[in-house]
Design a protein around this ligand. Structure first.
Ligand code: GCO
Length: 466
């Protein structure tokens, strides 16, 4: 009852969070470069200008990955490094960087898993309306085609968009992430629709370059898990996981109280149902009413291009039970003083089992956990070690739940720990450390934390002794 033999043990990062070299070698500015310049947006006035300087240190980083024994590395490509204006002229040095990175990984026997978009939209495209512009699916297809034509001989696994819930919900609705807009719901839903079309057009572009490519999406979400394993509670948790709260539906049932309380678009089904099932969820259509943009069957056909797997970024969830009062579920508050990460996110390992099970039930695709991990108050001890025992315990508990899913026959393909290294945590700047590799931002010195050494053992034993 364990992980399959060729289970993919990996770690993940994203371009803006680690690369640095913000204006090096012809890279164009992206919305995060612009957002970070505005005082007050980022803690301590920080930015990703230098970050982990991965752009110059990728070889060293690939060597560290190899030391940990990673089988795979999930990274994202910076659109404006490759196309400084978002479309048109290609910056060949930008493309070379990813070419070299992929070669460095393959040399070490590490499979590259590429994410095409992890939030860093070219600023030039933002100035043309960004996700609100109906041309953006074509812009994204153009960029994807360039990347796929150059790299699909060596990259065999692709993700299109990382967490549209975040770059739309946080970026365009509540304005807490770049580009920091607070749009009307109808505009947000239009941007969402364009992002789904962009996903579909990218899938087509990758398949055109390489018919054997394996492609998935990487949405996120807050999975609900049942208080008990009765049918009623399990059903309540499933319903809660895929529900679509309506506009003004503040914090329904306490949902996501820990994360976001007022986002109509923070949910799984509105993004994932069109992709995997070819339709928006009825509940959302009813809740959003005439705010939903007009769309056609042809749109839905593009959006629901066949995929090979389902990736999910899972960090924290919420517990529910069947309701006795006519609601579909009740949230069960976590005990006072329960485990929280440094970011104050509840530790809820159950979601790796229930998330995999629910996503597989609903979408019927092999599952990758594309991100999971925690920020902790890590520092270098006097003797030079970084003893992040809470991260070890966290990952261990989550992986045990994931192993349960594997044992029950759910096709779980792989796990990407977030993150390979400490990095720029968006509006939090450098305060939240998620890495299994410690980064000293003054010297750029890397140091394996205890968790990296522990993870190396887990990988070597294929998760047998968790
Ligand atoms: C996300 C992103 C990552 C974050 C990580 C920790 O999930 O928000 O994919 O870029 O850094 O999740 O917050």
């Amino acid at each position: 009852m364990s992980f399959k033999k060729n289970f993919v043990w990996g770690a993940a990062t994203a371009s803006y969070q680690i690369e640095g070299a913000a204006s090096k070698d012809g890279k164009g500015p992206n919305i995060w470069d612009a957002y970070c310049e505005i005082p007050g947006n980022i803690k301590d006035g920080n930015s990703g200008d230098i970050a982990c300087d991965h752009y110059h240190r990728y070889k060293e980083d690939a060597a560290l990955m190899s030391q940990i024994g990673l089988k795979a590395y999930r990274f994202s490509l910076s659109w404006s490094r490759i196309l400084p204006e978002g479309t048109g002229t290609i910056n060949s040095k930008g493309l070379d960087f990813y070419d070299n990175l992929v070669d460095a990984l393959l040399e070490k026997g590490i499979a590259p898993y590429a994410t095409l978009f992890h939030w860093d939209l070219p600023q030039a495209l933002q100035l043309r309306g960004g996700w609100l512009n109906a041309d953006i699916p074509e812009w994204f297809a153009e960029y994807t085609q360039i990347v796929a034509e150059r790299l699909s001989d060596r990259i065999k696994y692709w993700f299109t968009l990382n967490e549209p819930q975040c770059f739309i919900g946080h970026g365009l609705l509540n304005g807490t992430k770049a580009p920091g807009l607070k749009l009307e719901l109808s505009d947000v839903l239009l941007a969402t629709h364009h992002s789904l079309l962009a996903h579909g057009r990218a899938v087509q572009a990758i398949r055109a370059a390489d018919a054997s490519a394996k492609i998935g999406a990487a949405p996120t979400g807050s999975v609900a898990f049942p208080k008990s394993e009765t049918e009623a509670d399990i059903n309540a948790a499933y319903q809660a996981t895929f529900s679509v709260p309506g506009e003004g539906d503040l914090n329904p049932g306490g949902k996501n109280a820990w994360l976001i309380s007022d986002e109509a678009t923070w949910n799984i089904a509105w993004y994932a149902d069109p992709i995997f099932l070819g339709k928006y969820p009825e509940e959302g259509l009813a809740a959003f009413g005439d705010k939903v943009p007009r769309y056609t069957d042809a749109d839905m056909a593009i959006i629901s291009q066949p995929l090979d797997f389902c990736g999910i970024n899972l960090y924290s969830g919420w517990q529910v039970e069947a309701s006795t009062e006519g609601n579909r579920w009740e949230e069960v508050p976590m005990p006072q003083g329960d485990r929280l990460t440094a970011f104050k996110w509840p530790v809820t390992p159950e979601i790796l089992y229930w998330g995999s099970r629910f996503f597989y039930e609903r979408y019927n695709k092999p599952i990758y956990i594309t991100e999971n991990g925690m920020s902790a108050h890590d520092w270098v001890d006097l003797d030079g070690a970084v003893r992040d025992h809470q991260r070890i315990d966290f990952v261990r508990r989550y992986l045990r739940e994931f192993r349960r899913a594997a044992g029950e026959g759910i096709p779980v393909e792989g796990y990407f720990l977030w993150s390979l290294m400490d990095n720029f945590e968006w509006a939090e700047g450098y305060r939240e450390r998620f890495g299994i590799i410690h980064v000293d931002y003054e010297t750029q010195e890397r140091r394996l934390k205890e968790s990296a050494k522990w993870y190396a053992t887990v990988i070597a034993e294929n998760g047998e002794n968790l």
